[in-house]
Design a protein around this ligand. Structure first.
Ligand code: PGA
Length: 249
């Protein structure tokens, strides 16, 4: 299965930085035959500019969130159709920073996933436990209940990506053991089997402090089909090293 490496720029990047970052990556990809898929998820203000830079090449574009409705009176929001129109193929949904900063519920994320699918986007649905939940031994049940709450019932065999991102590993430099990653990813695969027709083919990414130094190990764990990369995606050398660890270089 081809691995997917997605860069989540979060709220980082002014126009010049974003364009330079995307250009540098396009240059790296240049003459090589990429054997993994790369996605850039810049802030909404940079979507069109990055789309222009990566146009015609193998790098795909993704949004970081979308609204549940296609259009309407929702000041400050962006619809899935708008992301698609800006050149996106993917959209990150239910990231823990949105679940906490914007109090996003499972029901809201579920409606966003449905909206993304209806607009022809591939949702990258994030799940993951907090430190307290892991310490209480609840990682698997939390992830299962987030999956149950965030995925529409009639999802069928539509294209979908899951990202397991333990909240305590995001931006902290800490990562779970490979055994823990393997256990959660296997659990996600089992849970998906009851939800989607092609669970065996659904990509399950790991996210949380993925760096060049740990990418090879994390990406070799069973059922880890790629990575959702935050901080390291803002540094061309680091993101490219992670892509290479996934077989992309
Ligand atoms: P990080 O972020 O790689 O900076 O830990 C990952 C994410 O939040 O997607």
């Amino acid at each position: 299965m081809r691995k997917l490496i997605a860069g989540n720029w979060k709220m980082n990047g002014l126009r010049a930085d974003g364009i330079a970052l995307a250009r540098a990556l396009v240059e790296r990809v240049g003459g090589t035959r990429a054997s993994s898929d790369l996605v850039l998820c810049p802030p909404a203000t940079l979507l069109m500019a990055v789309a222009e830079v990566i146009r015609g090449g193998p790098i795909a574009l993704g949004g970081q969130d979308c609204h549940t409705e296609a259009k309407g009176a929702h000041t400050g929001d962006i619809s899935a159709a708008m992301l698609r129109d800006a050149g996106c193929r993917y959209v990150i949904l239910g990231h823990s920073e949105r679940r906490s900063d914007h109090h996003e519920s499972g029901a809201l994320i579920c409606a966003k996933v449905a909206a993304a699918l209806a607009a022809g986007l591939v949702p990258i649905v994030c799940v993951g436990e907090t430190t307290e939940e892991r310490d209480r031994g609840e990682a698997l049940t939390v992830v299962a209940s987030q999956l149950a709450g965030s995925l529409p019932d009639d999802i069928g065999s539509t294209s979908l990506v899951i990202a397991y991102e333990p909240v305590w590993a995001i931006g902290t430099g800490r990562t779970p053991s490979t055994e823990d990653v393997a256990a959660v990813h296997a659990h996600i695969r089992r849970e998906l089997a009851g939800k989607v027709a092609d669970a065996a083919a659904t990509l399950i990414l790991y996210g949380g402090s993925v760096k060049p130094g740990n990418a090879g190990e994390l990406l070799s764990v069973a059922n880890v089909d790629g990575a959702l990369v935050g901080g390291a995606s803002l540094v061309t050398d680091d993101f490219w090293a992670i892509a290479k660890a996934a077989g992309g270089g």
